[in-house]
Design a protein around this ligand. Sequence first.
Ligand code: SAH
Ligand code: SF4
Length: 371
Amino acid sequence: MKYTPAKPPLTGETLDSLAATLEARQEPAFRARQILEWVYKKRARSWDEMTNLPIALRQWLAETFDLMPASLVIDRQSSDVTDKLLLELRDRSLIETVIIRAPQEGVGLEHSRKTICISTQVGCAMGCVFCASGLAGLKRDLNAGEIVAQLLQICYREDERTPRARSELASFDNIVVMGMGEPLANYDHLLRALTILNAPWGLGFGARRVTISTSGLVPRILQLAGEDLGFRLAVSLHGATDEVREKIMPVNRAYPLAQLLPAVKTFAQRHGRMVTLEFILIEDVNDSIDQAEKLRDIARDLHAHVNLIPYNTVAGLPWKRPSLTRQERFAGILRASRVSVTLRREKGHEIDAACGQLRLKTEKDRELTGA
Ligand code: SAH
Ligand code: SF4
């Protein structure tokens, strides 16, 4: 569904696009830079804070642009390392943004490394059978401003908790594009957003600290391989044979492993960086010894890192997480062949941190209360 906001979000503007709009109004050339500095460096939350702009210009900006297209509705802090923000967009759509802290020795959680997980769509059209985000299909793509807004909201929140070092613009260390939606199905908006985050007039955030996760849209993976910015790639494999993958990921019918794996290889060769293969472990679906061995072979061939994720149960879906013993058995087969592997200890279960679950619950509450 096409969504046109009443006012375009300022967070979706590049320096060039903003400068062009201002030039048409005969504003001096330095204004665009000045405005973006208020947004990304000084974190202005209202137009009135932009005190070095003439009042008439501020008024025109307020009438023309939406300064922040996402408002915070729930800020849930878990007792462990995962916090979650539920954001509401102008059309009342809900999206999730997650903060994952990596505890470091001798450093309090507030100062630990932070990875931010962002969403790219409202819902998802890919229909993976295990996933909460895709249950109700795709509502719409996020625009670039809404993607950037998630990270600015995180900055507002983290600035309040731990004032950032002067030299740092972003209040976090890594971005993973692994929230709701299939990022490569919203390619142009995603790339525009990441360009804004990367730019010196934006958040100045390094492309190599951004990982894009895809369910396997082969033409888009190849397109991404051709981009110069150098983002990292993660591929949601979840099945080491077509037979298993097809059962849980409909996208495998369009792009089976014989197409997907060479595309991933092309990406890895072009960027000279390890790609990550994500593999959710679901009991009796993909956690057999045979699947582990096939995954091992794929990972070795691609020189890929494997991230094993014990399945996070979704209300209403029949899938289960395997026992710890079975998880370890699976990981052991990969480790024995020196494949680089991490077995994630699922964090944030108690705050519905898995993909799409907090939104699903809030949408249901809304339906029940008529809110
Ligand atoms: N659409 C993209 C990115 C968002 S999904 C993709 O599929 O890669 C991010 C990751 O969360 C994917 O690896 C996805 O398979 C995984 N995921 C979805 N539902 C999950 C669940 N219930 N438990 C654990 N991981 C899940
Ligand atoms: Fe979409 Fe990723 Fe969920 Fe699949 S796992 S339905 S691609 S968000």
